[in-house]
Design a binder for this molecule. Structure first.
Ligand SMILES: [Zn+2]
Length: 149
């Protein structure tokens, strides 16, 4: 037979147990969040390292075939000269710089690095936003584990 005091004690115990489980769940969540934040940080570091290895050249490559104007030339019949390549900087539209065949591969690589850099920047921005969200959740978790005041 239970008297009221024992009954109350049992209820208190149950509540304490529930609280403990909540703490366990919260700690488990926190561990996962910390793991997630460290994964994101690692990916950010890898992207940042890749970004530093790039040699970006902002702009695009233009290709042109031309007529020289000589009456006797084959270009008169449509067999145009070229192709000739020009580099157009992204910040100076219309300003074309001639690219010699020797430098063509280098310029192409620079443009491709520039595009890669833009992709990396986008990916890093997304990861930074994710990291911010995870860190906020961790902050909330820490606050919930603090004793009530
Ligand atoms: Zn010609």
């Amino acid at each position: 037979m239970h008297d009221i005091a024992t009954y109350e004690a049992e209820i208190t115990e149950e509540v304490e147990e529930e609280k403990m489980q909540d703490v366990d769940v919260e700690l488990h969540n926190m561990r996962q969040l910390l793991q997630e934040s460290s994964n994101i940080a690692e990916r950010l570091a890898a992207l940042s390292k890749e970004r530093r290895s790039l040699n970006p050249l902002p702009g695009s490559l233009r290709k042109r075939r031309m007529r020289c104007g000589k009456q006797s030339c084959r270009c008169k019949a449509g067999y145009l000269h070229g192709p000739y390549y020009y580099f157009e900087p992204s910040r100076q539209h219309g300003k074309w710089h001639y690219v010699s065949k020797v430098r063509l591969a280098e310029v192409k690589r620079g443009i491709s690095d520039w595009k890669k850099q833009q992709d990396i920047d986008k990916a890093m921005q997304t990861l930074e936003e994710q990291l911010e969200t995870v860190l906020k959740e961790i902050q909330r978790g820490v606050a919930s584990l603090m004793p009530d005041r």
